[in-house]
Design a protein around this ligand. Structure first.
Ligand code: RB5
Length: 144
């Protein structure tokens, strides 16, 4: 399952991305927000990240205006490795090297086509499982 959340700025792009995920056969949990009424992105980052750290969601997707607020909020949750992405190289690298588990996208930065492309790369690229990357990720978790 993919847990998805957004704020008011990300609402329309979130809906497009959910449509795409469902077309691809993914199970999706839409944790809101459910309109363009102004709201606070940390609330939705928290909901999505809870699904990911509990293991109920395989990955999380967060959309706000820039993706930055969502990523700041998401990365405060232990066990979350959130990446704000705008380019394909980073989308692949953050999966292979960082085993990123939450994707943050900016609806005011990306058009839908590019957002879909980044989402696909994020979901389709496995973690490299390299010993060096595993060691570095474990240092993120134990605060070293
Ligand atoms: C909302 O106006 C905007 O600040 C928010 O969507 C996001 O871009 C924050 O990082």
């Amino acid at each position: 399952m993919i847990a998805v959340g957004c704020d008011h700025a990300g609402y329309e792009l979130k809906n497009e991305l959910i449509r795409h995920l469902k077309d691809r056969g993914f199970e999706v949990e839409d944790l809101g927000t459910y309109s363009t009424d102004s709201c606070d992105y940390p609330d939705y980052a928290k909901k999505v990240c809870e699904e990911v750290v509990s293991g109920r969601a395989e990955k999380g997707l967060l959309v706000c205006g820039t993706g930055i607020g969502m990523s700041i909020a998401a990365n405060k949750v232990r066990g979350i490795r959130a990446a704000v992405l705008t380019d394909e190289f980073s989308a692949q690298a953050t999966r292979e090297h960082n085993d990123a588990n939450v994707l943050c996208l900016g609806a005011r930065v990306l058009d839908t086509e590019r957002a879909v492309k980044l989402l696909d790369i994020f979901l389709d690229t496995p973690f490299s499982e390299g010993a060096n990357h595993i060691r570095r990720i474990s240092k993120l978790e134990d605060g070293r």
